[in-house]
Ligand binder design. Structure first.
Ligand code: 13P
Length: 252
């Protein structure tokens, strides 16, 4: 049985003060009880240190939204995986469609980042997903396969235990248009089978595959009932404590 995993991607939202407030509210809401799933939150880089302090006695884990693939040096504006480790991150989200679309990240760049993050002993949430145009052209599986193969090129079977894949159809992100549970399940099953063929049945069986794209308190339960949906990567609804908490509770 895979333990579900719900992560909040706060994107470019909240000041440091606002991040502290939101994280504090979440800690209070979860209380001292172990949540029914693994929970992580990904604030902006500048809020990581403060949020780490807020969540340090709670079960909530710290995640970053991106990083560079080099250790250090002349890369103005960038943050390295070792810096994220030093600030207390356990996860790094990589390959988000907004990074691919607005910052030109290719599967090759994402692959370099995956390798660097794993080499630091951190875990990766690897985002994949097709655009509306690609879905309508019937090439969803082809696109997702290329993204998975490209990002995981050279990643060993044992390293796969530190990888979560987030299937985020681009047309469902921030649009209010969630994929139906059946649409998401079909792609999740495709990804699991692909990992089975690239690695082994046991790696495929252990792999956590989150769904992302307009997940809310009101639609999480039906998504989580699908056999291959192991949690969610949540954008907008992770900025609202009650919504995010309802998503967490929907993993029961
Ligand atoms: P929304 O939940 O706002 O659609 O965003 C999903 C997402 O991009 C999470 O990484």
């Amino acid at each position: 049985m895979r333990k579900k995993f719900v992560a909040g991607n706060w994107k470019m939202n909240k000041t440091i003060a606002g991040s502290i407030t939101l994280a504090s509210e979440l800690v209070r809401k979860i209380g001292s009880h172990e949540p029914p799933c693994t929970v992580a939150i990904a604030p902006t880089f500048i809020a990581l240190d403060s949020v780490r302090e807020v969540i340090k006695k709670s079960p909530i884990k710290l995640a970053a939204q991106n990083c560079h693939f080099e250790d250090d040096g002349a890369f103005t504006g960038e943050i390295s995986a070792s810096m994220l480790k030093a600030v207390g991150c356990e996860y790094v989200i990589l390959g988000h469609s907004e990074r691919r679309q607005y910052f030109g990240e290719t599967n090759e760049i994402i692959n370099k980042k995956v390798k660097k993050v794993l080499s630091e002993g951190l875990s990766v949430i690897l985002c994949v997903g097709e655009t509306l145009n690609e879905r309508e052209s019937g090439i969803t599986e082809k696109v997702v396969e290329a993204q998975v193969r490209g990002a995981l090129n050279g990643i060993s079977e044992s390293q796969m235990q530190h990888i979560t894949i987030a299937y985020e159809p681009v047309w469902a992100i921030g649009t209010g248009k969630t994929a139906t549970p059946e649409q998401a399940e079909a792609v999740h099953l495709f990804i699991r089978n692909l990992i089975g063929s690239l690695y082994s049945d046991s790696v495929a069986e252990r792999l956590l595959i989150q769904y992302g794209g307009s997940v809310k308190g009101s639609n999480a339960k039906e998504l989580f009932q699908m056999p291959n949906i192991d949690g969610a990567l949540v954008g907008g609804a992770s900025l609202k404590v009650d919504e995010f908490y309802q998503i967490i509770q929907s993993t029961i």
